[in-house]
Design a protein around this ligand. Structure first.
Ligand code: GLC
Ligand code: MG
Length: 575
């Protein structure tokens, strides 16, 4: 093939314009913004809404369909916004409702969708509902899960049972004023709402409607598996959970097996109701589909139920965390193939797959898989069928930032100890975004930022990556473009594993096929791609690949003898 033809054909790939009748969110590319760390507009060292608004053009420029924002509601910040004291107000350090209105307006002007983080499982203990519940003021008396506790043989009062909090220790906390324990599946300052009380269900639906009225495009829903606990018995008691002998420390969350406090069947019904609310809202008020993305670290089967039960619809995007929970630096190509297949095979018909690489609760992708695999993982998420979800900074290959025990502020780390905090701490993945090489990487003009900016920011930031001929961001930009091609939008996927290399073909009938090669081995491999996919051309063209590859974009390679370099990902096209 002549070079000029290759250039022309690549140009058509890169500038392919999607003209599809599909609903807007299908195959969408979604970004997670962590408001505290994205951009600080007022110099207090904390990111804010005006900062986000200022940087929305960047979000658009990296090919996103929309972004979900971690909570920006009023909060004492015991769990950095996941402890909400008023669902209807914006946290002052993040801005005002007017600032949010402007953010939304700007996003919509740019063609970006915005999703808010809906935290239904718990409120802050400073929420008015909880304060009134303590005082047994109606209708709030039973808004939370209260219990007298047990009196042991020594006459001492003990928590009702052995349930453990996700943040360690008992999930029950004594309240002196009400003279009862309350349940908190997360921190002590995050009392669990009681979803067996219809008033709570209704009050939380009002929250959704309020923000839909403000014009948001949907919600990311937090911590679903924890929503319901087993119903109390006739005496109002809750059973102990079985002990996990592999986790001997009784303070640890893993000490008990969560058969009564997680994944209760009522949870699914709740999600179907929220979906109904969003669908009804569209019917009544018009506009585009408002969507739900749901957070549940649970079994595959449960996540499939979050999509719907065949009769009722649920979440459009039940977050697929399998790349986070099942894969790591030691995973083989077969492990990767299993993760891909297990979701695609189990997924009900007429729903869309999704792939989440990381978020504010997990270590950075580059730190989990090794910095040399940054592009490989981005290639994976961007070229699999369905929706991709990217946590801010993964497009730059940001790595975890070391935070000492003394400097740790994540409650999950602080509830641990100097020897173990690191495995719990979520601070390292939450540090400020790296924009450029000026003070605080352009994130803030403050002398101190809420978490430190990475030391090496002058060598790794958006500005530099855009200037460099090759960078993680440039690879990402290639990916979001080629993703628009019908072979990625509509095409099938055929997955093969050869010699610890994951290879797959994406092809839409009548369109040119793409071959993705991800070498998960430490050794380079000579592959005969043609023997895997007999109908592909003799020569393939490199569309994009990992920054460290010797192959350049537009290089022509032999399909029967392709050298897959170690840890490198490549997207090839067969003309
Ligand atoms: C979710 C959030 C996490 C938070 C927890 C409790 O898992 O992603 O950050 O700590 O819920 O709200
Ligand atoms: Mg600020």
């Amino acid at each position: 093939m002549k070079l000029i033809t290759a250039i022309l054909l690549l140009a058509t790939i890169f500038y392919y314009c999607e003209a599809s009748a599909k609903d807007w969110w299908i195959n969408g590319n979604f970004y997670q913004i962590y408001p505290r760390s994205f951009m600080d507009s007022d110099g207090d060292g904390i990111g804010d809404l005006n900062g986000i608004t200022q940087r929305l053009p960047y979000v658009k420029s990296i090919g996103m369909t929309g972004a979900w924002l971690s909570p920006m509601f009023q909060s004492p910040m015991a769990d950095f916004g996941y402890d909400i004291s008023n669902y209807y107000e914006v946290q002052p350090e993040y801005g005002t409702k007017d600032d949010f209105r402007r953010l939304l307006e700007k996003a919509h002007e740019l063609g970006l969708k915005i999703f808010l983080d809906f935290v239904p499982n718990h409120t802050s203990d400073e929420h008015e509902w909880f304060q009134k519940s303590i005082k047994r003021i109606e209708p709030y008396t039973d808004y939370y899960v209260w219990h007298d506790g047990k009196i042991d043989q020594n006459g001492t009062r003990q928590p009702p049972n052995n349930w453990r909090s996700d943040f360690r220790y008992s999930a029950w906390e004594w309240n002196d004023e009400r003279q009862q324990y309350y349940l908190h599946q997360f921190g002590v300052k995050q009392p669990d709402l009681n979803y067996r009380n219809p008033k709570v269900v209704a009050a939380m639906k009002d929250v959704l409607t309020f923000w839909l009225d403000q014009g948001v495009d949907g919600f990311r829903i937090d911590a679903l598996p924890y929503m319901f606990e087993i119903e109390a018995d006739q005496n109002g008691n809750y059973p102990d959970e079985p002990i996990n002998t592999n986790c001997p420390n009784p303070d640890d969350n893993c000490h008990t097996v969560k058969i009564y406090t997680k994944d209760q069947p009522e949870t699914f019904e709740m999600v179907y109701q929220w979906r109904e609310l969003c669908d009804e809202y569209k019917k009544k008020h018009g506009g585009e589909t408002r969507i739900l993305m749901t957070e549940s670290y649970t079994s595959l089967d449960n996540n499939m139920k979050f999509y719907g039960n065949g009769i009722r619809n649920g979440s459009q995007i039940p977050f697929n965390f399998e790349i986070i929970t099942k894969l790591n630096v030691n995973s083989t190509a077969q492990d990767f193939a299993n993760v891909i297949d297990s979701w695609l095979v189990r997924m009900p018909s007429h729903v869309t797959a999704n792939w989440v690489l990381g978020n504010h609760d997990n270590h950075r992708v580059a730190s989990r898989f090794g910095p040399e695999r940054t592009d490989l993982l981005n290639i994976l998420a961007q070229t699999l069928p369905g929706n991709a979800v990217t946590y801010n900074g993964e497009e730059l290959g940001l790595t975890d930032v070391y935070i000492s025990w003394e400097d740790s502020i994540d409650p999950q780390a602080c509830n641990s100890d100097p020897d173990h905090y690191f495995s719990f701490s979520r601070d390292p993945a939450r540090t400020p975004f790296q924009w450029d090489d000026t003070k605080n990487s352009g994130f803030s003009t403050a002398n101190k930022t809420w978490l430190p900016v990475a030391d090496n920011y002058s060598e790794n930031n958006v500005k530099l990556q855009l200037l460099k001929p090759r960078s993680h961001l440039k690879v990402f930009l290639d990916l979001v473009q080629i993703r628009k091609h019908p072979s990625f939008q509509e095409g099938d996927i055929e997955v093969k594993v050869v010699d610890n290399v994951l290879v797959y073909k994406r092809e839409n009938p009548g369109d040119i096929p793409f071959i993705v090669v991800l070498n998960l081995d430490k050794e380079g491999k000579n592959l005969n791609l043609r023997s895997l996919f007999p109908r592909i051309a003799d020569e393939l063209v490199v569309v994009t690949n990992s920054v460290q590859s010797e192959h350049n974009k537009m290089d022509r390679v032999k399909s029967d003898n392709f050298y897959a370099e170690p840890n490198v990902g490549s997207v090839l096209v067969s003309f």
